[in-house]
Design a binder for this molecule. Structure first.
Ligand SMILES: [Zn+2]
Length: 301
């Protein structure tokens, strides 16, 4: 009897040591999307985007869009960066065909973490795929956590001015999910410390107050870039190309260039929320832009 075909099997949790901290990438889910162009590179030609895709051995039309929250155990506190999609797809009709069911809690369990273990949840920004997993069926998913928001991001969504048409439903979600958590939240600005070893970095553009985070323990450094670059080839190699989900396109371009330059110059170990799982590696300068070099075994030694 030949062995039967078993179907795809892909990793969903990855944990490594960063000095005295433990860091875990946890896959919340993935979407498959059509139209690499014009989702990416609306200010370039389709031919240019397709050529870059081909040169990097990725499909020139369909693309995988993963969602990767990060857990950092500092030894004193368990800090979760972003909550993934949660039950958004099931609970909100407009998102039915856009987002996957969030599997963060299920995959955290496989890595040995319970929702009640999480002490702090840091929201890099207020887009649905980052806040959706905070609440399910009207109840908080992580019962013991306090929340940390970027002050500029929280104010933007709460005030509700200049929200572009495509983000109107996002604003409703933010009012429903995040605003009721305000009394258990603290509000930070770039440069502020979250817990010892973790500091916020300005990454505004993709959203009005997007924050990246610099994480350091015993001289080992890791920069969580969140949604600064939303695709590991296109957004990194051509940071000047627009991405349709960036709320302020020109600011997002300037932020990409600044953060990629910092990552390449300082040889920072980086994580990207929408990079291929486990979403971690390095950025190096390359012809005309930068290049993402995935992690292999450097942090296993
Ligand atoms: Zn995102």
């Amino acid at each position: 009897m030949p062995a039967s075909l078993q179907g795809d099997l892909q990793p969903a949790i990855y944990r490594f040591k960063l000095g005295g901290f433990e860091v875990a990438s946890i896959l919340d889910g993935k979407s498959m999307r059509e139209g690499l162009h014009p989702n990416f590179g609306a200010n370039a030609s389709a031919a240019e985007v397709h050529a870059l895709a081909r040169a990097n051995n990725i499909d020139s039309n369909r693309f995988e869009h993963p969602y990767i929250p990060t857990l950092v155990n500092t030894g004193k506190q368990l800090v979760l960066f972003d909550a993934g999609n949660g039950a958004l797809r099931r609970e909100h009709e407009p998102l039915r065909n856009r987002l996957p069911d969030g599997q963060l809690v299920e995959h955290m369990a496989k890595a040995g973490y319970r929702p009640e273990d999480v002490d702090v949840i840091v929201l890099t920004h207020g887009h649905p795929d980052h806040i959706g997993g905070l609440i399910e069926g009207g109840k908080v998913v992580f019962p013991n956590a306090r929340y940390v928001f970027g002050a500029a991001e929280f104010d933007f969504w709460k005030r509700g001015e200049n929200v572009r048409e495509a983000r109107k439903f996002n604003r409703e979600l933010f009012m429903r999910i995040c605003v009721p958590l305000a009394d258990r939240s603290s509000f930070i600005k770039p440069g502020d410390e979250v817990v010892p070893g973790i500091h916020a970095v300005d990454a505004a553009g993709h959203s009005p107050g997007l924050l990246a985070f610099h994480i350091e323990s015993e001289g080992k450094r890791f920069m969580l870039t969140a949604d600064t670059c939303t695709q590991y080839v296109i957004a990194v190699q051509r940071p000047e190309w627009y991405f349709d989900m960036d709320d302020d396109k020109d600011k997002a371009v300037a932020t990409r260039q600044r953060i990629l330059d910092m990552a390449a110059t300082e040889r920072l170990f980086v994580g990207g929320f929408h990079f291929p799982f486990p979403g971690i590696g390095w950025v190096e300068k390359a012809q005309g832009g930068y290049r993402f070099v995935p992690h292999s075994y450097q942090f296993n030694l």
